[in-house]
Design a protein around this ligand. Structure first.
Ligand SMILES: NC(=O)c1ccc[n+]([C@@H]2O[C@H](COP(=O)([O-])OP(=O)(O)OC[C@H]3O[C@@H](n4cnc5c(N)ncnc54)[C@H](OP(=O)(O)O)[C@@H]3O)[C@@H](O)[C@H]2O)c1
Length: 270
């Protein structure tokens, strides 16, 4: 896989999200997550995103990456109100991940961000975390996100970006580019809707010469064609999809005409 800059961190452009998909407890389900992590390891999917909001996700990542920590870049979030609650939750993330260093620590959905940034800044100064970031899944939060981006206190943002959700193109992405803030793309497949919600089968023929073999790959390549994006983090419950998704990170940047073609296929098929 190629690499891109996420602020000062070098990252493979296809990572993995874990909302819902890693909130598992049974032995059978954990075995599948082990296979997913093995696939990540062999395919170079290093950036794993979690949150205390995702139930067992941090613990499952901690258990399945143990002993191979150096091959992964771990991102998580603080998702609560209050200074002491935040500190306790952050401490639990280190325990659950079974690590003493977390690469990217984000404030989930901007929840009590003023309080949590103080804690995260202290941890960064102590060398316990790499980058500080903010996330939000609602575009209505962009004005507030912009204000925080301009404050110089954060290095990454996590926002939704896909063929159907392009609001970030207006202000967020140009500002991130100007300020060299890393961009993590959540919901790259629109929470799966862009693959399961189709009325017609997309025609992949014009994309095949570019190395695109599946519709999910087309959608991910569409995102990475925007070079302001650092990493997209599709989530999956299926180990074989790690290979499929990761392959996009090795493709050359999609030319503008193929990007437009994918948009027209979404319009025709969705
Ligand atoms: N506020 C926040 O901070 C926030 C909000 C939302 C999301 N996020 C982060 O962003 C991550 C990604 O977003 P998301 O999980 O909501 O949605 P997503 O990645 O857009 O979509 C996930 C869905 O896509 C399917 N999928 C993945 N690869 C596929 C492929 N190659 N072919 C067909 N289907 C495929 C998965 O189904 P299968 O399991 O069947 O593969 C899953 O149902 C989250 O997991 C989370 O880490 C953060």
């Amino acid at each position: 896989m190629q690499t891109r800059k996420l602020a000062t961190l070098q990252v493979a452009p296809i990572g993995m999200g874990t909302w819902k998909t890693f909130d598992v407890r049974s032995e059978r389900e954990i075995t599948v997550r082990k296979e997913i992590i093995e696939a990540c390891l062999s395919e170079g999917v290093a950036f794993l995103d979690s949150s205390p909001m995702y139930g067992e996700s941090e613990s499952v990542i901690g258990g399945t990456t143990e002993g191979r920590r150096e091959h992964f870049q771990l991102a998580t979030k603080v998702w609560c109100q209050g200074l002491s609650q935040g500190k306790a939750e952050i401490a639990r993330s280190f325990e659950r991940f079974r690590t003493d260093y977390i690469d990217v620590f984000q404030v989930h959905n901007l929840l009590d961000w003023k309080t949590h940034l103080l804690t995260l800044e202290k941890l960064k100064a102590e060398g316990r975390i790499g980058l500080i970031g903010i996330t939000h899944y609602l575009t209505e939060s962009y004005p507030e996100m912009i204000q925080i981006m301009k404050s110089g206190r954060i290095s990454t943002i996590q926002i939704p970006y896909n063929v159907l959700e392009r609001t970030c193109e207006r202000e967020i992405l140009p500002l991130a580019d100007e300020l060299e803030i890393g961009v993590i793309v959540m919901q790259p497949l629109d929470v799966g809707r862009l693959v399961i919600g189709l009325r017609r089968k997309p025609d992949l023929a014009p994309l095949q010469a570019h190395g695109i073999e599946t519709w999910a790959q087309a959608l991910l390549a569409w995102i990475l064609a925007d070079t302001r994006v650092s990493v997209a983090i599709p989530a999956t419950t299926k180990p074989e999809r790690i290979r499929e998704n990761a392959a996009v990170g090795a493709l050359p940047t999609l030319p503008e005409e193929l990007r437009t073609y994918i948009e027209s296929e979404v319009e025709r098929c969705f």
